[in-house]
Design a protein around this ligand. Structure first.
Ligand SMILES: [Fe+2]
Length: 457
Protein backbone atom coordinates (compact mmCIF):
# COMPACT_ATOMS: atom_id res chain seq x y z
CA UNK A 1 0.00 0.00 0.00
CA UNK A 2 1.62 3.20 -1.08
CA UNK A 3 -1.12 5.68 -0.25
CA UNK A 4 -4.28 6.04 1.73
CA UNK A 5 -3.47 3.40 4.31
CA UNK A 6 -6.72 2.46 6.03
CA UNK A 7 -7.37 3.43 9.56
CA UNK A 8 -9.56 1.44 11.89
CA UNK A 9 -12.83 3.17 12.64
CA UNK A 10 -13.27 3.92 16.28
CA UNK A 11 -16.71 3.73 17.77
CA UNK A 12 -15.60 6.54 20.08
CA UNK A 13 -16.97 6.90 23.55
CA UNK A 14 -18.13 3.48 24.82
CA UNK A 15 -21.27 5.19 26.11
CA UNK A 16 -22.16 5.71 22.49
CA UNK A 17 -21.17 2.25 21.26
CA UNK A 18 -23.60 1.09 18.59
CA UNK A 19 -26.54 -0.96 19.72
CA UNK A 20 -27.28 -4.30 18.14
CA UNK A 21 -29.91 -2.91 15.83
CA UNK A 22 -29.48 -1.75 12.28
CA UNK A 23 -29.75 1.92 13.22
CA UNK A 24 -27.17 1.82 15.99
CA UNK A 25 -26.54 5.09 17.79
CA UNK A 26 -27.98 7.86 15.60
CA UNK A 27 -25.78 10.85 14.80
CA UNK A 28 -26.79 14.44 15.49
CA UNK A 29 -27.39 15.08 11.79
CA UNK A 30 -27.60 12.99 8.59
CA UNK A 31 -24.51 12.46 6.46
CA UNK A 32 -24.51 14.41 3.17
CA UNK A 33 -22.63 12.95 0.22
CA UNK A 34 -22.26 14.91 -3.06
CA UNK A 35 -24.25 13.15 -5.81
CA UNK A 36 -21.78 14.08 -8.54
CA UNK A 37 -19.58 11.27 -7.26
CA UNK A 38 -22.03 8.95 -9.01
CA UNK A 39 -22.02 10.53 -12.46
CA UNK A 40 -19.20 13.06 -12.96
CA UNK A 41 -16.59 11.97 -15.49
CA UNK A 42 -13.85 13.78 -13.57
CA UNK A 43 -14.69 11.88 -10.38
CA UNK A 44 -14.71 8.55 -12.24
CA UNK A 45 -11.32 9.45 -13.70
CA UNK A 46 -9.97 10.13 -10.21
CA UNK A 47 -11.18 6.68 -9.15
CA UNK A 48 -9.42 5.14 -12.15
CA UNK A 49 -6.17 6.97 -11.41
CA UNK A 50 -6.02 6.85 -7.62
CA UNK A 51 -8.26 4.10 -6.31
CA UNK A 52 -8.73 1.12 -8.65
CA UNK A 53 -4.96 0.57 -9.19
CA UNK A 54 -4.38 0.54 -5.41
CA UNK A 55 -7.04 -1.80 -3.99
CA UNK A 56 -7.38 -5.56 -3.68
CA UNK A 57 -10.22 -6.78 -5.89
CA UNK A 58 -11.87 -10.17 -6.30
CA UNK A 59 -10.98 -11.27 -9.83
CA UNK A 60 -12.20 -14.86 -10.03
CA UNK A 61 -12.19 -18.05 -7.98
CA UNK A 62 -9.70 -20.86 -7.44
CA UNK A 63 -12.17 -23.00 -9.37
CA UNK A 64 -11.43 -20.89 -12.47
CA UNK A 65 -7.66 -21.37 -12.22
CA UNK A 66 -7.20 -24.66 -10.39
CA UNK A 67 -4.92 -26.47 -12.87
CA UNK A 68 -1.61 -25.57 -14.53
CA UNK A 69 -2.41 -23.73 -17.76
CA UNK A 70 -5.77 -22.40 -16.54
CA UNK A 71 -6.12 -18.67 -17.16
CA UNK A 72 -8.66 -15.95 -16.53
CA UNK A 73 -8.81 -12.36 -17.77
CA UNK A 74 -10.14 -9.94 -15.14
CA UNK A 75 -11.34 -6.53 -16.31
CA UNK A 76 -12.20 -3.53 -14.18
CA UNK A 77 -12.84 -0.30 -16.09
CA UNK A 78 -9.83 0.23 -18.37
CA UNK A 79 -7.69 -2.28 -16.51
CA UNK A 80 -7.17 -5.86 -17.65
CA UNK A 81 -5.30 -8.48 -15.65
CA UNK A 82 -4.27 -11.95 -16.81
CA UNK A 83 -4.31 -14.56 -14.04
CA UNK A 84 -2.59 -17.81 -14.86
CA UNK A 85 -1.67 -21.01 -13.03
CA UNK A 86 1.92 -21.82 -13.96
CA UNK A 87 3.58 -25.13 -14.77
CA UNK A 88 4.92 -25.10 -11.22
CA UNK A 89 1.39 -24.76 -9.78
CA UNK A 90 1.98 -21.15 -8.76
CA UNK A 91 -0.75 -18.61 -9.37
CA UNK A 92 0.56 -15.45 -11.05
CA UNK A 93 -1.02 -12.31 -12.44
CA UNK A 94 0.18 -9.87 -15.06
CA UNK A 95 -1.05 -6.71 -16.69
CA UNK A 96 -2.68 -8.02 -19.85
CA UNK A 97 -0.51 -6.22 -22.36
CA UNK A 98 2.18 -7.05 -24.89
CA UNK A 99 5.36 -5.09 -24.20
CA UNK A 100 5.95 -4.57 -27.90
CA UNK A 101 3.03 -2.48 -29.18
CA UNK A 102 0.48 -2.82 -26.37
CA UNK A 103 -1.89 -5.45 -27.70
CA UNK A 104 -4.04 -7.33 -25.17
CA UNK A 105 -2.65 -10.82 -24.79
CA UNK A 106 -5.66 -12.86 -23.67
CA UNK A 107 -9.42 -12.53 -23.42
CA UNK A 108 -11.91 -14.55 -21.44
CA UNK A 109 -10.79 -17.72 -19.70
CA UNK A 110 -9.53 -21.11 -20.67
CA UNK A 111 -7.24 -24.05 -19.98
CA UNK A 112 -4.07 -25.71 -21.26
CA UNK A 113 -2.18 -22.46 -21.83
CA UNK A 114 1.49 -23.37 -22.37
CA UNK A 115 2.79 -19.90 -23.18
CA UNK A 116 1.46 -16.37 -23.61
CA UNK A 117 1.77 -15.38 -27.25
CA UNK A 118 0.70 -12.00 -28.55
CA UNK A 119 -1.64 -12.39 -31.48
CA UNK A 120 -0.31 -9.30 -33.24
CA UNK A 121 3.43 -9.83 -33.86
CA UNK A 122 4.08 -13.04 -31.94
CA UNK A 123 6.10 -11.92 -28.94
CA UNK A 124 5.86 -14.84 -26.51
CA UNK A 125 6.28 -15.21 -22.76
CA UNK A 126 6.30 -18.29 -20.53
CA UNK A 127 3.69 -18.68 -17.80
CA UNK A 128 6.07 -17.15 -15.26
CA UNK A 129 6.16 -13.95 -17.33
CA UNK A 130 9.64 -14.27 -18.89
CA UNK A 131 10.00 -13.16 -22.53
CA UNK A 132 11.04 -16.19 -24.61
CA UNK A 133 10.62 -15.34 -28.28
CA UNK A 134 10.67 -12.20 -30.42
CA UNK A 135 10.24 -12.77 -34.17
CA UNK A 136 12.91 -11.08 -36.34
CA UNK A 137 14.65 -10.01 -33.17
CA UNK A 138 17.73 -8.79 -35.07
CA UNK A 139 15.81 -5.78 -36.33
CA UNK A 140 15.56 -4.33 -32.80
CA UNK A 141 19.32 -4.09 -32.33
CA UNK A 142 20.33 -5.07 -28.80
CA UNK A 143 17.00 -6.18 -27.34
CA UNK A 144 17.45 -7.37 -23.76
CA UNK A 145 14.82 -10.08 -23.24
CA UNK A 146 15.24 -10.01 -19.45
CA UNK A 147 14.17 -6.36 -19.39
CA UNK A 148 10.82 -7.09 -20.97
CA UNK A 149 8.94 -9.56 -18.77
CA UNK A 150 5.19 -9.34 -18.44
CA UNK A 151 4.31 -6.62 -15.94
CA UNK A 152 3.52 -8.31 -12.63
CA UNK A 153 0.32 -7.74 -10.66
CA UNK A 154 -0.12 -8.76 -7.02
CA UNK A 155 -2.26 -11.87 -6.66
CA UNK A 156 -3.32 -13.80 -3.59
CA UNK A 157 -6.16 -15.98 -2.42
CA UNK A 158 -8.43 -16.01 0.58
CA UNK A 159 -10.24 -19.33 0.82
CA UNK A 160 -11.30 -19.92 -2.83
CA UNK A 161 -11.46 -16.27 -3.85
CA UNK A 162 -8.65 -14.95 -6.08
CA UNK A 163 -7.78 -11.29 -5.48
CA UNK A 164 -5.54 -9.05 -7.54
CA UNK A 165 -4.00 -5.65 -6.89
CA UNK A 166 -2.24 -3.65 -9.62
CA UNK A 167 -0.03 -2.19 -6.91
CA UNK A 168 2.85 -4.63 -6.46
CA UNK A 169 3.80 -2.92 -3.20
CA UNK A 170 0.29 -3.20 -1.78
CA UNK A 171 -0.26 -4.30 1.79
CA UNK A 172 -0.74 -8.09 2.09
CA UNK A 173 -4.26 -9.30 1.28
CA UNK A 174 -4.52 -10.84 4.74
CA UNK A 175 -4.02 -7.39 6.28
CA UNK A 176 -6.40 -5.75 3.81
CA UNK A 177 -9.20 -8.13 4.81
CA UNK A 178 -8.85 -7.02 8.44
CA UNK A 179 -11.12 -9.01 10.79
CA UNK A 180 -13.18 -10.73 8.08
CA UNK A 181 -11.30 -14.06 7.74
CA UNK A 182 -11.22 -14.66 11.49
CA UNK A 183 -14.85 -13.64 11.92
CA UNK A 184 -16.11 -16.25 9.43
CA UNK A 185 -13.51 -18.96 10.10
CA UNK A 186 -16.15 -21.13 11.81
CA UNK A 187 -17.97 -21.61 8.51
CA UNK A 188 -15.38 -23.52 6.48
CA UNK A 189 -15.59 -21.38 3.33
CA UNK A 190 -13.02 -23.63 1.65
CA UNK A 191 -15.69 -26.32 1.21
CA UNK A 192 -17.72 -24.15 -1.15
CA UNK A 193 -17.17 -24.57 -4.88
CA UNK A 194 -17.99 -21.89 -7.43
CA UNK A 195 -20.35 -23.23 -10.08
CA UNK A 196 -21.08 -20.02 -12.02
CA UNK A 197 -20.58 -16.32 -12.30
CA UNK A 198 -23.24 -14.02 -13.68
CA UNK A 199 -22.16 -10.60 -14.94
CA UNK A 200 -25.05 -8.19 -15.46
CA UNK A 201 -24.51 -5.01 -17.47
CA UNK A 202 -26.52 -2.25 -15.80
CA UNK A 203 -27.26 1.42 -16.41
CA UNK A 204 -25.71 2.49 -13.13
CA UNK A 205 -22.47 3.60 -11.55
CA UNK A 206 -20.47 0.91 -9.77
CA UNK A 207 -21.18 2.61 -6.42
CA UNK A 208 -24.92 2.70 -7.10
CA UNK A 209 -24.68 -1.10 -7.41
CA UNK A 210 -22.48 -1.65 -4.37
CA UNK A 211 -24.52 0.66 -2.14
CA UNK A 212 -27.52 -1.68 -2.56
CA UNK A 213 -25.50 -4.45 -0.90
CA UNK A 214 -24.27 -2.22 1.90
CA UNK A 215 -27.50 -1.53 3.80
CA UNK A 216 -30.72 -3.25 4.88
CA UNK A 217 -32.75 -0.03 5.05
CA UNK A 218 -34.30 -0.66 1.61
CA UNK A 219 -35.68 -4.10 2.42
CA UNK A 220 -38.96 -2.86 3.92
CA UNK A 221 -39.83 -1.06 0.67
CA UNK A 222 -38.04 -2.73 -2.24
CA UNK A 223 -38.31 -6.30 -0.94
CA UNK A 224 -41.77 -6.68 0.69
CA UNK A 225 -41.69 -10.47 0.33
CA UNK A 226 -38.27 -10.72 1.97
CA UNK A 227 -39.44 -8.38 4.74
CA UNK A 228 -41.94 -11.04 5.86
CA UNK A 229 -39.20 -13.57 6.62
CA UNK A 230 -36.20 -11.64 7.94
CA UNK A 231 -35.37 -9.36 10.85
CA UNK A 232 -34.14 -5.99 9.58
CA UNK A 233 -34.34 -4.36 13.02
CA UNK A 234 -32.02 -6.54 15.09
CA UNK A 235 -29.30 -6.43 12.46
CA UNK A 236 -25.99 -5.58 14.15
CA UNK A 237 -23.39 -3.80 12.06
CA UNK A 238 -19.70 -3.31 12.63
CA UNK A 239 -17.13 -1.33 10.69
CA UNK A 240 -13.50 -2.38 10.98
CA UNK A 241 -11.88 0.02 8.51
CA UNK A 242 -11.78 -1.09 4.87
CA UNK A 243 -14.29 -3.73 5.81
CA UNK A 244 -17.58 -4.00 7.62
CA UNK A 245 -20.34 -6.41 8.43
CA UNK A 246 -24.07 -6.79 8.99
CA UNK A 247 -25.90 -9.80 10.39
CA UNK A 248 -29.53 -10.61 9.66
CA UNK A 249 -31.71 -13.45 10.97
CA UNK A 250 -33.93 -15.24 8.46
CA UNK A 251 -37.02 -17.38 9.09
CA UNK A 252 -38.67 -14.75 11.30
CA UNK A 253 -40.91 -11.83 10.29
CA UNK A 254 -39.59 -8.30 10.46
CA UNK A 255 -40.59 -6.66 13.77
CA UNK A 256 -41.64 -3.70 11.65
CA UNK A 257 -44.59 -5.61 10.20
CA UNK A 258 -47.65 -4.59 12.18
CA UNK A 259 -49.91 -7.50 11.23
CA UNK A 260 -49.40 -10.80 12.97
CA UNK A 261 -47.91 -13.30 10.57
CA UNK A 262 -48.56 -17.00 11.02
CA UNK A 263 -45.82 -19.59 10.74
CA UNK A 264 -47.26 -20.43 7.33
CA UNK A 265 -46.98 -16.79 6.23
CA UNK A 266 -43.31 -16.67 7.17
CA UNK A 267 -42.69 -20.03 5.48
CA UNK A 268 -44.45 -18.86 2.30
CA UNK A 269 -42.35 -15.69 2.19
CA UNK A 270 -39.13 -17.67 2.67
CA UNK A 271 -40.13 -20.22 0.00
CA UNK A 272 -40.99 -17.44 -2.43
CA UNK A 273 -37.68 -15.61 -1.92
CA UNK A 274 -35.20 -18.38 -1.07
CA UNK A 275 -36.97 -21.73 -1.36
CA UNK A 276 -34.32 -23.03 -3.75
CA UNK A 277 -31.82 -23.02 -0.88
CA UNK A 278 -33.78 -25.90 0.70
CA UNK A 279 -34.88 -27.47 -2.58
CA UNK A 280 -38.51 -26.52 -2.00
CA UNK A 281 -40.63 -25.41 -4.95
CA UNK A 282 -42.76 -22.28 -4.83
CA UNK A 283 -46.24 -22.75 -3.31
CA UNK A 284 -45.10 -25.74 -1.24
CA UNK A 285 -47.27 -25.48 1.90
CA UNK A 286 -45.82 -25.19 5.38
CA UNK A 287 -45.31 -28.66 6.85
CA UNK A 288 -47.35 -27.93 9.97
CA UNK A 289 -47.06 -31.51 11.22
CA UNK A 290 -43.31 -31.10 11.55
CA UNK A 291 -43.56 -28.04 13.76
CA UNK A 292 -43.51 -29.20 17.35
CA UNK A 293 -44.01 -26.89 20.34
CA UNK A 294 -40.31 -26.08 20.56
CA UNK A 295 -39.68 -26.07 16.82
CA UNK A 296 -39.82 -22.66 15.18
CA UNK A 297 -40.31 -21.93 11.49
CA UNK A 298 -36.58 -21.20 11.38
CA UNK A 299 -35.89 -24.67 12.84
CA UNK A 300 -38.05 -26.28 10.16
CA UNK A 301 -36.31 -24.33 7.37
CA UNK A 302 -32.89 -25.16 8.81
CA UNK A 303 -33.73 -28.88 8.95
CA UNK A 304 -35.11 -28.86 5.40
CA UNK A 305 -31.98 -27.09 4.20
CA UNK A 306 -29.72 -29.60 5.94
CA UNK A 307 -31.66 -32.48 4.39
CA UNK A 308 -31.28 -30.88 0.95
CA UNK A 309 -27.53 -30.52 1.49
CA UNK A 310 -27.29 -34.15 2.65
CA UNK A 311 -28.61 -35.12 -0.78
CA UNK A 312 -25.30 -33.94 -2.28
CA UNK A 313 -23.25 -35.54 0.47
CA UNK A 314 -22.86 -32.48 2.67
CA UNK A 315 -23.15 -33.10 6.41
CA UNK A 316 -24.42 -29.98 8.19
CA UNK A 317 -25.20 -31.81 11.40
CA UNK A 318 -22.72 -29.52 13.15
CA UNK A 319 -24.65 -26.37 12.28
CA UNK A 320 -27.14 -24.82 14.69
CA UNK A 321 -30.35 -23.21 13.48
CA UNK A 322 -28.66 -19.86 14.10
CA UNK A 323 -25.68 -20.83 11.93
CA UNK A 324 -28.09 -21.89 9.19
CA UNK A 325 -30.41 -18.87 9.38
CA UNK A 326 -28.16 -15.95 10.34
CA UNK A 327 -26.80 -14.28 7.21
CA UNK A 328 -23.33 -12.78 7.67
CA UNK A 329 -22.88 -9.99 5.16
CA UNK A 330 -19.34 -8.68 4.77
CA UNK A 331 -18.38 -5.60 2.80
CA UNK A 332 -14.79 -5.21 1.59
CA UNK A 333 -13.85 -1.85 0.08
CA UNK A 334 -14.35 -0.90 -2.60
CA UNK A 335 -16.76 -3.26 -4.30
CA UNK A 336 -17.17 -6.66 -2.67
CA UNK A 337 -20.07 -8.03 -0.66
CA UNK A 338 -19.90 -11.57 0.68
CA UNK A 339 -23.13 -13.17 1.92
CA UNK A 340 -22.73 -16.37 3.87
CA UNK A 341 -24.33 -18.79 6.29
CA UNK A 342 -23.49 -22.43 7.04
CA UNK A 343 -24.99 -23.63 3.76
CA UNK A 344 -24.95 -20.63 1.48
CA UNK A 345 -22.34 -18.37 -0.11
CA UNK A 346 -22.77 -15.64 -2.69
CA UNK A 347 -20.12 -13.03 -3.51
CA UNK A 348 -21.15 -9.85 -5.32
CA UNK A 349 -18.86 -7.27 -6.86
CA UNK A 350 -19.37 -4.28 -9.12
CA UNK A 351 -17.15 -2.71 -11.76
CA UNK A 352 -17.11 0.61 -13.56
CA UNK A 353 -18.43 0.53 -17.12
CA UNK A 354 -17.45 2.59 -20.17
CA UNK A 355 -18.77 5.76 -18.53
CA UNK A 356 -19.92 6.72 -15.00
CA UNK A 357 -23.57 5.87 -15.80
CA UNK A 358 -22.81 2.26 -16.63
CA UNK A 359 -21.42 -0.60 -14.63
CA UNK A 360 -21.36 -4.32 -14.09
CA UNK A 361 -22.82 -6.36 -11.26
CA UNK A 362 -20.97 -9.65 -10.88
CA UNK A 363 -22.56 -12.46 -8.89
CA UNK A 364 -20.21 -15.29 -7.94
CA UNK A 365 -22.34 -18.32 -7.08
CA UNK A 366 -21.26 -21.22 -4.88
CA UNK A 367 -22.45 -24.55 -3.51
CA UNK A 368 -21.16 -26.17 -0.33
CA UNK A 369 -19.72 -29.55 -1.25
CA UNK A 370 -18.25 -32.42 0.80
CA UNK A 371 -14.72 -31.64 2.01
CA UNK A 372 -12.14 -32.22 -0.74
CA UNK A 373 -14.65 -32.18 -3.59
CA UNK A 374 -13.06 -31.58 -7.02
CA UNK A 375 -13.78 -28.35 -8.81
CA UNK A 376 -16.10 -28.16 -11.77
CA UNK A 377 -15.01 -25.31 -14.01
CA UNK A 378 -17.56 -22.53 -13.45
CA UNK A 379 -19.89 -21.33 -16.17
CA UNK A 380 -19.40 -17.59 -16.76
CA UNK A 381 -22.49 -15.85 -18.10
CA UNK A 382 -22.87 -12.22 -19.24
CA UNK A 383 -26.33 -10.63 -19.52
CA UNK A 384 -28.04 -7.31 -20.05
CA UNK A 385 -30.05 -6.13 -17.06
CA UNK A 386 -33.38 -6.80 -18.79
CA UNK A 387 -32.41 -10.40 -19.40
CA UNK A 388 -31.19 -11.13 -15.88
CA UNK A 389 -33.65 -12.83 -13.53
CA UNK A 390 -31.53 -14.20 -10.70
CA UNK A 391 -34.45 -14.76 -8.32
CA UNK A 392 -37.09 -12.40 -6.97
CA UNK A 393 -34.96 -10.36 -4.56
CA UNK A 394 -31.87 -9.90 -6.72
CA UNK A 395 -34.07 -9.03 -9.69
CA UNK A 396 -35.72 -6.33 -7.57
CA UNK A 397 -32.24 -5.02 -6.73
CA UNK A 398 -31.28 -4.89 -10.43
CA UNK A 399 -34.56 -3.38 -11.60
CA UNK A 400 -34.21 -0.31 -9.36
CA UNK A 401 -30.75 0.63 -10.64
CA UNK A 402 -31.49 2.51 -13.90
CA UNK A 403 -34.06 4.82 -12.32
CA UNK A 404 -31.75 5.37 -9.37
CA UNK A 405 -28.89 6.41 -11.64
CA UNK A 406 -31.17 8.73 -13.68
CA UNK A 407 -32.48 10.32 -10.50
CA UNK A 408 -28.97 11.08 -9.29
CA UNK A 409 -28.52 13.44 -12.27
CA UNK A 410 -31.43 15.69 -11.37
CA UNK A 411 -30.13 19.20 -10.68
CA UNK A 412 -32.22 19.66 -7.54
CA UNK A 413 -30.48 16.72 -5.88
CA UNK A 414 -27.02 17.86 -4.90
CA UNK A 415 -26.42 15.47 -2.01
CA UNK A 416 -27.50 12.08 -0.74
CA UNK A 417 -28.93 12.21 2.79
CA UNK A 418 -27.77 9.13 4.67
CA UNK A 419 -28.81 7.50 7.94
CA UNK A 420 -26.60 5.69 10.41
CA UNK A 421 -28.48 2.60 9.20
CA UNK A 422 -26.54 3.19 5.97
CA UNK A 423 -23.18 3.50 7.69
CA UNK A 424 -21.56 0.89 5.47
CA UNK A 425 -22.44 3.11 2.48
CA UNK A 426 -20.95 6.06 4.37
CA UNK A 427 -17.87 3.95 5.05
CA UNK A 428 -17.38 3.31 1.33
CA UNK A 429 -17.32 7.07 0.79
CA UNK A 430 -15.00 7.58 3.75
CA UNK A 431 -12.46 5.17 2.29
CA UNK A 432 -12.95 6.58 -1.20
CA UNK A 433 -12.15 10.06 0.09
CA UNK A 434 -8.88 8.78 1.50
CA UNK A 435 -7.81 7.08 -1.71
CA UNK A 436 -8.80 10.03 -3.90
CA UNK A 437 -7.23 12.47 -1.46
CA UNK A 438 -10.16 14.84 -1.86
CA UNK A 439 -9.82 18.40 -0.56
CA UNK A 440 -11.84 19.18 2.54
CA UNK A 441 -14.32 21.21 0.48
CA UNK A 442 -15.30 18.12 -1.54
CA UNK A 443 -15.77 15.79 1.39
CA UNK A 444 -19.05 14.55 2.81
CA UNK A 445 -20.46 16.43 5.76
CA UNK A 446 -22.69 15.81 8.75
CA UNK A 447 -22.99 12.55 10.64
CA UNK A 448 -21.50 13.94 13.84
CA UNK A 449 -21.87 11.60 16.78
CA UNK A 450 -23.98 12.70 19.78
CA UNK A 451 -20.91 13.81 21.72
CA UNK A 452 -20.05 16.10 18.78
CA UNK A 453 -16.91 14.22 17.84
CA UNK A 454 -16.35 13.92 14.10
CA UNK A 455 -18.43 11.17 12.56
CA UNK A 456 -16.34 7.98 12.87
CA UNK A 457 -13.42 9.53 11.06
FE1 LIG B 1 -31.81 -5.46 -1.92
Amino acid sequence: MTRAAPTGVSVGNPAHAPRDDAIGTPPRRPTSVPTERYYAAAFAQLEIERMWPKVWQVACTVDHVAESGDYFEYRCGPYSVLIVRGDDGTLRAFQNVCRHRGNSLCTGSGADLREVKCGYHGWTWDLAGALKRVPNRRGFGELRMSELPLVAVSVDTWERLVFVNLDVSAMPLADYLEAVPQDIAWCGLGDFRCYATMTVEVDANWKTITDGYSETYHIQTLHPELHRCMDDVYAPQVIWGHTGKSEQIYGVPSPQIKETLSDGDVWDAYVCTQGALMGVAEYTPFPADRCGPRESVADVIAERTKAFAAGRGVDLGWASTDQMMRLHQYNVFPNMTLLVNADHLTVMTSHPGPDPDHGELVMILWTRMPPGAPRVKPADVRLKADDAHPGLVLTQDITVLAGLQRGLHQPGLTHLTLSNEERRVINTHRNLERYLDLPESDRMTGGETPDSSPAQR
